[in-house]
Design a protein around this ligand. Structure first.
Ligand code: SME
Length: 159
């Protein structure tokens, strides 16, 4: 078992350590599901105040639930629907302060209050989205977004 304990004094350092731990975890492994599973566990263990962390995979133009940590979640999401579907369709990061103010938000867990979804693309194709949920409104900052984009860049080559 890997024992990563990332407890950095500031968010930037934490994401730098998280990125290097993720790079170490996925290097040498070509199985995308295994790499998503370890990534979800690493993110869940490291980032404070999450109630869900995981992936939806692009399977033929529909998002299907992938490896995650947290409560059981919605299995299939159409492109354009909910926060994940909008991220998949637009290929733009969705950082939602308050999910209740997001038209079409899919409430898998009523405890979720804000959400960060990062598209993961390779060779021009959307492969998956990384989805993080939290029970705190406004939990995700610009720094979280930048840190998670970095994680998505690492994962693009590993899933
Ligand atoms: N809330 C998401 C659905 C996925 S769950 O949060 C795990 C959405 O609106 O896309």
């Amino acid at each position: 078992m890997y024992d990563f304990k990332i407890a950095a004094a500031d968010t930037g350092t934490m994401y730098r350590d998280l990125a290097s731990a993720l790079q170490g975890l996925v290097s040498g492994e070509t199985d995308g599901i295994a790499n998503m599973a370890n990534a979800a566990a690493l993110i869940w263990e490291t980032l404070p105040d999450l109630n869900w962390a995981g992936f939806y995979r692009n399977t033929g133009g529909e998002l299907v639930l992938g490896p995650f940590q947290g409560r059981p979640a919605c299995i299939r999401i159409k492109f354009g629907e909910g926060v994940c579907g909008v991220a998949a369709q637009t290929r733009q990061v969705q950082r939602v302060e308050d999910v209740n103010a997001f038209p079409g938000h899919i409430a898998c867990d009523s405890a979720s209050a804000s959400e960060l979804v990062v598209p993961i693309a390779r060779d021009g194709e959307l492969v998956a989205v990384l989805d993080l949920d939290t029970p705190h409104v406004g939990r995700f900052t610009q720094e979280d977004e930048a840190g998670c984009v970095r994680l998505a860049d690492i994962l693009a080559k590993a899933i």
